[in-house]
Design a protein around this ligand. Structure first.
Ligand code: TMP
Ligand code: MG
Length: 211
């Protein structure tokens, strides 16, 4: 299929809490824009929508929600963003996404009574990332970073289970990156990987996750 405009890439960052995803996403978008590449920062949960407000209250421990129900809200928060994401990708903008369906599955299935295959179902068919940059940091190292422990889920034992769940989802789109490097060292690695992914994505259609 020939295209008048080559599409943007869908680049997802994953990793445990405090592994440096948000910092790296921001720096990557800035660097790409400076190089004249259209790129936009995206994040899940998007706390600005009506669904996102409920999620945010739950994370800040201001309300309780049944485990399946909050899982489906996180998923719905992705699906509500899909039309806009697809529009941007097709018009040539690369999306750098701070967390995606893998967070949804890794965190929810770390709870008692929710299994991974159930958690994956509502995420099936979302736009498939061209690459997942997984920032690897031990939960112990993460827990020493600033602000750790303020939100629900920021507890070492829970994060250990999250890390195990992530491992079960790796596939050939995943790039494992050592997140214990300095911010600038890490950025250099991330930027090089992203440029390769953006180039490769130009010739490929956007896939569907877990189909
Ligand atoms: P944040 O700190 O990146 O804003 O993420 C908020 C928390 O929500 C983090 O602990 C991971 C968790 N989470 C889920 O449980 N399910 C999801 O689908 C997403 C995107 C995040
Ligand atoms: Mg957080």
């Amino acid at each position: 299929m020939s295209r008048l405009i080559s599409r943007g890439a869908l680049i997802v960052f994953e990793g445990c809490d405090r592994s440096g995803k948000s910092t790296q996403c921001k720096k990557l978008v800035e660097a790409l824009n400076n190089d004249g590449i259209k790129a936009k920062l995206w994040r899940f949960p998007d706390r600005d929508t009506a669904i996102g407000v409920m999620i945010s209250r739950y994370l800040e421990q201001k309300c309780e929600l049944e485990d399946h129900a909050i899982h489906l809200l996180f998923t719905a928060n992705r699906w509500e963003a899909v039309p806009r994401m697809m529009e941007l990708l097709s018009s040539g903008t690369t999306l750098v996404v701070d967390r995606y369906a893998y967070s949804g599955v890794a965190f929810s299935s770390a709870k008692q009574g929710l299994d991974m295959s159930w958690c994956k179902q509502p995420e099936v068919g979302l736009p498939k990332p061209d690459a997942v940059l997984f920032l690897q940091l031990t939960p112990e190292a993460a827990s020493e970073r600033a602000d750790y422990g303020k939100e629900r889920y920021e507890q070492p034992e829970f994060q250990d289970r999250v890390a195990d769940n992530y491992k079960l989802m790796t596939d050939d789109t995943w790039k494992m990156i050592d997140a214990s490097q300095t911010i600038d060292e890490l950025h250099t690695v991330v930027r090089a990987v992203a440029l390769e992914v953006i180039e490769k994505a130009k010739g490929q259609d956007i896939g569907q996750l877990w189909t």
